[in-house]
Design a protein around this ligand. Structure first.
Ligand SMILES: *Cc1c(COP(=O)(O)O)cnc(C)c1O
Length: 744
């Protein structure tokens, strides 16, 4: 690697400023001076506290040197816990070596005898150790990419921008080049660089990086995907399912799973998730996985044509609200019903790095049991770990069916570009190494932050007349949640288990240990629905709160009618949650002081004066809440999701008709009797209501009612419109009108 890169990685020197005749301190000063004069960046700290501060805030440090006379035992322990491989040297006097305690010795990489050895020797030793460390720290693909980039070769291959040069030839291109920086372009290589291997063939360093990932995530084999889990899901389907085979799908699946069903010509039967009183979509009840339930589902499906078992089951894990399944028990329950079990873990790539999630992710270590299904997990590395957008992985583990790599790779190639983005691949490689090195610590910190936030929410609630509620168990073994210490909460999964019939979760008689609430996914409830699911007099719809937060630069993950979700990931910094608390407080103050719309949502007051001008925040909340009460929102959602619409044709068939133009858009009032050609997903709550090929019929009246409700709401409260995927909206004489694509 280029020497410039090493020099950008500072060396931290912790030692006193020399006073009088102290020979060691003086020698440290000379030593530091020499490093600086050679162009290395040196960070100086004069006390242990200062040393710790600098160390914690700078992960680029490539070597640490500490004067042992400062008694650095505790600091050394901290540094080792944070970084197993960093070279740490003690500066000492050879005569004193016998006095250095064992715990210090075991946490250091070696000694520097400043008084005994020559300056050049000592400097050389430190620089070498730093270089070795940096080289070993970088994962295989990224390291090769960096090396290649620093060889400054002339490119005669694609991409056509030739290391960025083409951009510099025109003003807008020049701006683009400067914005992203030269390395972005020099490292944007094509498959014609043999040193970097081939993603399609999994050779050389790409292959190495994938096998490192397999080790880290617990898979037999891992595939890097450069087009998101949307594509990862399609790869798994195309590698396992053929036309006409039955697939058991979580009704709460991502649209890519539906696309995969269409593309493979599979016949879907569904697992129906539960819902609770707050409209939160819960887990699939354990009874849904039982052999007799599955048999019943298949027997009652007119499309499944008497199939006795399904080829594959796909389950979203964790759910969008952070509910994590007991994977082992699902595997065992489904073992005679499916050959392959696919967990869509788009939001859950961190699970294997913290013991709290033990046994709750697809690749969890388990004994080899040849009767269990083959396992697949798809993870959007970019969503919850640190990778470029679209960086995703497929993890595979054989079971009763052995997954043959060469055959499965045909599906991988079918969906993978022959010019994959190397930056995405490198980021998957780095994400893996980061989690291997620091996964536990990073997750533990995220958890700590989320737990602290939850506790503060509870404490705040005790002081105020009304406040927002973080959704979690109120008591743990009889002790109020906020009194349970963080260490227990971070290490004992039982704290987060959804106990059968506990009131707070409202998902009824779940099996013991079936579901765990992920502490880092924090759902916040706004006032309006009580624990029994009754609409209350006083209510503050969540959409208003999250719109307010958005204006304050806080973007929440997803918003329901009376709940919204905040995600604490490894990117969450200490204090980020304080910003959220502050903003919630500010909202409360504005609400309590009955602020004017013009000051809270000036953009809405200006854009829709006839509706919002002169209104106050309280009036807006009351108006929207009254609308939800009138429509009975909590029961309407509940009922709409309780029906499974009749399947008239396979999704692939309805899609065929769509391509042939044998479809027509219909208004909501004309839907009855028609077959939907679209997948209709209202946000909130973001669960498909209709799948292509399903029929609007008397049984689906509640679904049509819900769509009517959404349309009505959009017209009453512009600026707060629902997002309903799968419908198109036309403005007809000032009224927003929903249309659904139906089979002619
Ligand atoms: C986001 C998501 C996907 C798609 O992942 P991308 O990486 O955005 O393509 C698939 N499944 C679920 C459950 C998701 O939430």
């Amino acid at each position: 690697m280029d020497i410039l890169e090493y020099k950008n990685c500072p060396i931290l020197v912790v030692g006193k400023e020399p006073e009088g005749q102290e020979t060691i301190s003086a020698a440290v000063k000379t030593f530091t001076g020499k490093l600086s004069s050679m162009g290395f960046q040196v960070l100086r700290a004069y006390t242990l506290d200062e040393g710790e501060l600098v160390f914690r805030s700078n992960k680029a440090i490539s070597c640490v040197i500490i004067d042992w006379s400062l008694k650095p035992s505790k600091l050394l322990g901290t540094m080792r816990f944070q970084n197993r491989n960093l070279p740490i040297f003690l500066v000492a006097n050879k005569l004193e070596v016998g006095k250095i305690p064992l715990d210090i010795v075991s946490n250091t990489s070696g000694y520097i005898w400043l008084l005994e050895d020559t300056l050049d020797f000592n400097v050389g030793m430190v620089v070498e150790a730093a270089k070795k460390y940096i080289d070993s720290m970088l994962p295989p693909f990224f390291r090769e990419l960096v090396n290649y980039t620093y060889e400054w070769k002339y490119a005669w291959h694609t991409p056509g921008h030739m290391g960025g040069i083409a951009f510099r030839k025109s003003p807008s291109g020049r701006f683009f080049f400067d914005f992203f920086g030269e390395n972005t372009f020099r490292a944007d290589l094509s498959v014609s660089v043999p040193e970097l291997g081939s993603l399609l063939e999994h050779t050389e360093v790409v292959g190495k990086a994938e096998s490192e990932a397999a080790k880290a995530f617990g898979a037999d084999r891992t595939y890097f995907v450069t087009n998101g889990t949307s594509t990862a899901n399609k790869i798994v389907f195309h590698g396992t399912v053929t036309p006409g085979q039955v697939v058991l799908a979580d009704r709460n699946c991502h649209k890519s799973a539906m696309h995969a069903i269409i593309m493979t010509g599979a016949i879907p039967a569904y697992f129906i998730p539960t819902r609770n009183q707050y409209g939160i979509i819960g887990p699939i009840h354990n009874s849904e996985f039982e052999p007799k339930t599955v048999r019943k589902k298949l027997a009652s499906s007119k499309l499944a044509k008497g199939a006795k078992a399904a080829r594959l089951a796909i389950i979203t894990n964790s759910t969008y609200d952070g509910l994590c399944y007991n994977v082992q028990s699902i595997k065992e329950c489904l073992k005679d019903s499916v050959d392959c079990l696919h967990f869509d873990e788009a939001w859950y790539g961190y699970a294997c790095f913290h013991p709290l999630y033990s046994g709750r992710y697809a690749m969890h270590p388990s004994r080899d049991d040849p009767s269990l299904p083959a396992m697949f997990a798809t993870q959007s590395t970019h969503k919850v770990l640190a990778a470029f957008s679209q960086g995703s992985m497929v993890h595979v583990k054989s079971g009763k069916e052995k997954i043959d790599h060469e055959l499965f790779n045909e599906a991988f190639m079918m969906h993978t570009s022959t010019s994959p983005q190397y930056g995405i691949i490198a980021s998957l490689d780095v994400a893996t190494r980061m989690m291997q090195d620091d996964g536990f610590r990073l997750m533990d910190e995220a958890m700590e932050e989320a737990i602290e936030f939850r506790k503060q929410m509870v404490e705040m609630g005790k002081k105020e007349k009304w406040w927002f509620v973080s959704w979690q168990p109120e008591k743990i073994r009889g002790k109020p949640f906020e009194k349970v210490d963080n260490k227990t909460l971070k290490s004992d999964p039982a704290c987060w288990a959804l106990k059968p019939n506990d009131k707070w979760h409202g998902f009824g008689d779940l099996k013991h240990d079936h579901i765990l609430l992920d502490p880092i996914k924090v759902t916040i409830l706004t006032p309006g629905i009580n624990k029994k699911g009754k609409m209350e007099k006083f209510g503050i719809p969540a959409g208003i709160v999250s719109r307010f937060l958005h204006n304050r630069g806080i973007v929440v993950e997803k918003t329901g009618h009376y709940s919204f979700l905040c995600l604490f990931t490894i990117g969450t910094t200490k204090g980020k949650s304080a910003t959220l608390l502050d903003a919630l407080h500010e909202f409360k103050e504005l609400y309590d002081s009955n602020a004017q719309m013009e000051s809270v949502f000036p953009e809405l007051a200006e854009k829709y004066p006839s509706i919002y001008k002169g209104l106050t925040l309280q009036k807006l909340c009351a108006g929207m809440h009254a609308f939800f009460v009138k429509e009975g929102i909590s029961s309407i959602i509940h009922e709409a999701y309780s029906v499974l619409p009749p399947q008239e044709m396979a999704p692939a068939e309805s899609y065929r008709l769509l391509v042939q133009g044998k479809v027509q858009k219909a208004k909501l009032k004309d839907l009855k009797g028609k077959i939907s050609a679209a997948m209709i997903v209202p946000y909130p709550p973001g669960i498909p209501m209709m799948m292509p090929g399903e029929k609007f019929s008397p049984q689906t009246q509640k679904i049509m009612d819900y769509l009517d409700f959404c349309e009505e709401f959009d017209n009453e409260f512009p600026g707060f419109e629902n997002e309903v995927h799968g419908v198109s909206i036309k403005n007809e004489n000032g009224r927003l009108t929903y249309y659904v694509q139906c089979v002619k």
